[in-house]
Design a protein around this ligand. Sequence first.
Ligand code: TNX
Length: 514
Amino acid sequence: LSVITVSTIMGGVAAAAAPVPLSSVVPIPVSATATSGVTHTLTAATKIYAQSGSTPASDIGGYLAAILRPSTGLPLPVVPAPNSAPADGIALLLTGAPAAVGAQGYQLDITAANVTLRANQPAGLFAGVQTLRQLLPPAVESTTVQPGPWEIAGGHIVDYPRFGYRGAMLDVARHFFGVAAVRRYIDQLALYKVNYLHLHLADDQGWRIAINSWPNLAVYGGSTAVGGGPGGYYTQADYSGLVAYAASRYITIIPEIDMPGHTNAALASYAQLNCNGVAPPLYTGTNVGFSSLCVPLELTYTFIDQVIGELAALTPGPYLHIGGDEASSTTPADYTTFINRVQQIVAAHGKTVLGWHDVVHATPLPSTVAQFWGTTTTDSAVAAAAAAGTKVLMSPANRTYLDMKYRNNTRLGQKWAGLIDVNQAYGWNPGNYLGGVGETSVLGVEAPLWTETIRTTADIDFMAFPRLPAIAELGWSAYATHDLTVFKTRLGAQGPRWRVMGINYYHSTQVTWP
Ligand code: TNX
């Protein structure tokens, strides 16, 4: 493996002394073979050729051009590819990719004459574009013109994901994050081939999505946050805009309405949803487990049906997340009754249930996915569900929780699941971590960011970087490539790129930052 030499700092931006080696991409590709001595250089003559007749391919070409133009100052026109592979420029083709790369993978060939990216589906082209982006010098991420040269190391990459689901969760309920902050996070996720963004839209402290049939949820239930801030919510137009923006980055948004617990904001907004008919006050603390929807009340299910109906209509993706965690104010019998009924409501609206793994204590539908958030490597109820066919999304709290502190003195975050620095975030295997939940039961991995202590985009950056790329690599890269030392070299090499991008990352002492 070659050493990365990108760190000549001039005027605050790293100028490339040598092309970024193929071996430095995060997540590491399935296979990457360098062609020594060969580089491809972007010039004023470079064109981006997109598969003729494919709107997604030309949109991806436009996305790539929009990243490259400001820093390179090159025109980089996006034009239809000729029928045979073009002799020059960057080609984004939906022909000729190996079947083995599947729907999300790609093949990338870099020669002196051209760059040829091939995929079976647009999602694969998008993933390959992220690899290409990381192979350009960090300065390519700048929003102002930089000197170049814009060289890419020659070679051949074949790459596809280990798991189809690579996710991140953002809690917009404890503190609200507006459209711009979520877009910023979506763009960061895309760079590491994350393809699902789970939005935790409602909790005790806030309801963050307008529901036309129950308007007070957002207007009143969304009016505050942890610590008593002003809160906020997405209009349905805002939310649809986020869904579309994410889709343009090949990311599917999964909305979560957490229930029957974590529902104080809803209960405060409508007195009639409470068993005693009295609305509790809004809540701005950080306790959990004190609220519950009223399980015996028929109106509860009318309410859920209408909320789920509106959310389903806003959601092109397959999943709706129903929460189901920490329902300590609901009896076990009521919990089962409730979850089983809500699963039927979700199914009636044509969606697949995702729930925190507590839902396995009810009767999961065959399609229900359980998101494991425990801190142990054994859970007999989850293992039994997996044996019966339930798929598991892996978010072990002591590995993937981006709200855990890095070290005792980390200014932000919590410690209940332990401290999580890079070694801890990266050092596990999602495919055999939880007893009785083997690789074939694992849908994928997700890194949740709870926001009791997180208020700004700088805070999100700090908690997500560098741990999010570690979790993203566990989700994408074959376990045969798993190597902590080599990973940390590649991770450190991302630092200059994050500096150019203005990402406020944590300078983990477990990583050498060039
Ligand atoms: C537990 S993880 C929760 C959340 C908190 C988080 C804080 C889970 C399913 N529930 O309500 O925000 O801990 O780390």
